[in-house]
Design a protein around this ligand. Structure first.
Ligand SMILES: Nc1ncnc2c1ncn2[C@@H]1O[C@H](COP(=O)(O)OP(=O)(O)OP(=O)(O)O)[C@@H](O)[C@H]1O
Length: 452
């Protein structure tokens, strides 16, 4: 069995590993995060770590009466302890569907911005083993998301958010009740968010089903085994990409013809990562889609008539030259950029306009690009079927910036940097090697381990 960690020892272990610098504690005012701030503050008062200091932030989602007041309460809690604290409010229109996901996205964005204001790249959250169990139970019940076995490892103790901020979770092996006991012993009250009772929320229903009394040790054991499995799978997928994949023009991935002989699980993981990035999505393709793709990859090969399929906005073609994966040629968006603007086109390219007038970015081809593209064709880089999808598959040849005042498309005023899908947004510590293999393939800077 895996031992449940005591919250105070977990904090000491965490602090002992930490390099100097500031930590931003994300405090909602609920028991877990208030407990985290309290125990971090106490541990540092008892045994200061050179250069390690705390600051705190609270996000007011503006979704219920009383939230602003609760944020202020956290503020005064911090003032009493001389901990700098900031509140940020989620402004603007709130969506009617997917509110929880949008609130989460906004929360991380605001927390990351506050961290930068505080001059730190590290945020600590109070996710517990209870949260972890719920997350895993929800993922397990959702077969269509594509979170297969890897998802069952749950949240990572370390995530890189938006390529800029590290999110640290020191309490993933601690129980919520033990944290509450610490607060009760100190007579510190916490806020119980009423939405934690709302049975319309999947998490609340899952919490009720799981209960609180038993199963923690077994759950922790399963989670640790799954986490190790996920890291290994991810590393093996990275090794496959390093040795067997190449890119044409950062937009078509080609896997070596004998790739089908590779171990199926890492192969499927490597291919699904490529599909996510090339298709401009933030999540891996679903299980059914991957079953279809793997049937194409490992099934019998019919010479002269390359097999093909689609998944996650990608076209996947199997031909004598190997397995080709690229964005499908449909639903390609147009994007208007003001001078100096940066925006993400099609989920795939972060584009900066250096033009001094507004430009329209769209897929298409001009004469020079066509000539270059023909060169690529004569070199027979792409299977014939894929050549017809040139507008989508080869943006270097086809992504145009058209100045509003001119009819002449101009390719040179754009700077394009490939996006790496979910890896750029929420890169889990399990996937660091895989994300680096993708970065290398796409000609991007890699991701480094944080100075935790
Ligand atoms: N309003 C908030 N302001 C500041 N920090 C918050 C806020 N809400 C949550 N957090 C931080 O995030 C942690 C997890 O909170 P919670 O479990 O409610 O979020 P979640 O949505 O389930 O998790 P995740 O954000 O990873 O999906 C909290 O312990 C706290 O550290």
């Amino acid at each position: 069995m895996c031992p449940i960690e005591d919250p105070r020892s977990a904090i000491d272990t965490f602090l002992n590993r930490l390099s100097p610098g500031r930590l931003l504690v994300a405090v909602s005012g609920g028991s877990d995060s208030l407990g985290l701030l309290t125990l971090l503050h106490e541990a540092l008062a008892a045994a200061p770590r050179p250069g390690v200091t705390l600051c705190a932030a609270t996000i007011d989602h503006g979704l219920r009466a009383g939230a602003a007041e609760e944020a202020e309460q956290v503020g005064s809690f911090c003032r009493q302890r001389d901990i700098p604290h900031r509140i940020a409010r989620w402004q603007g229109e709130k969506p009617t569907t997917g509110l929880a996901a949008s609130a989460r996205e906004a929360r991380y964005r605001l927390l990351a911005d506050l961290a930068e204001d505080f001059g730190t790249r590290r945020i600590v959250t109070a996710h517990t083993l209870d949260d972890q169990r719920e997350t895993i139970a929800m993922r397990a019940s959702r077969t269509e998301t594509g979170d297969q076995a890897p998802g069952l490892s749950g949240m990572a103790a370390l995530t890189l958010y938006d390529c800029r901020i590290f999110i640290l979770r020191p309490w993933l092996a601690c129980r919520r009740q033990d944290i509450r006991d610490e607060l009760t012993r100190r007579d510190i009250p916490w806020v119980d968010d009423p939405s934690n009772q709302d049975l319309r929320s999947e998490r609340v229903r899952t919490r009720r089903t799981l209960g609180v009394d038993h199963g923690y040790e077994a759950a922790l054991k399963t989670i640790k085994a799954a986490a190790e499995g996920r890291r290994q799978l991810s590393d093996a997928a990275a090794a496959l990409l390093d040795s067997r994949a190449r890119m044409i023009d950062r937009t078509v991935a080609v896997l070596a013809p004998d790739i089908a002989d590779a171990a199926p699980a890492p192969l499927a993981h490597a291919i699904s990562a490529l599909i996510m990035v090339l298709g401009g999505r933030r999540h891996l393709p679903g299980r059914e889609q991957m079953d279809k793709v793997m049937a194409l990859v490992t099934g019998p090969y019919k010479d002269r008539h390359p097999d093909r399929t689609t998944a996650g906005r990608c076209l996947i073609v199997r031909s004598a030259g190997g397995l080709f994966i690229a964005r499908e040629c449909r639903g390609l968006p147009s994007l208007r950029l003001e001078p100096g603007d940066t925006a993400i086109w099609d989920g795939r390219f972060r584009i900066t306009s250096h033009s001094d007038e507004p430009v329209l970015v769209h897929a298409g081809r001009n004469a020079d690009d066509a000539a270059e593209y023909r060169k690529a064709e004569t070199e027979d880089l792409l299977p014939p079927f894929m050549r017809r999808h040139a507008d989508a598959v080869a943006p270097r040849f086809s992504l145009l910036a058209q100045p509003q005042a001119s009819r002449q498309p101009d390719l040179l005023s754009l700077a394009c940097k490939p996006e790496l899908g979910g890896y750029d947004r929420f890169l889990s510590g399990f996937d660091l090697e895989l994300a680096n293999a993708l970065a290398a393939l796409f000609g991007r800077d890699g991701f480094s381990r944080p100075p935790v």
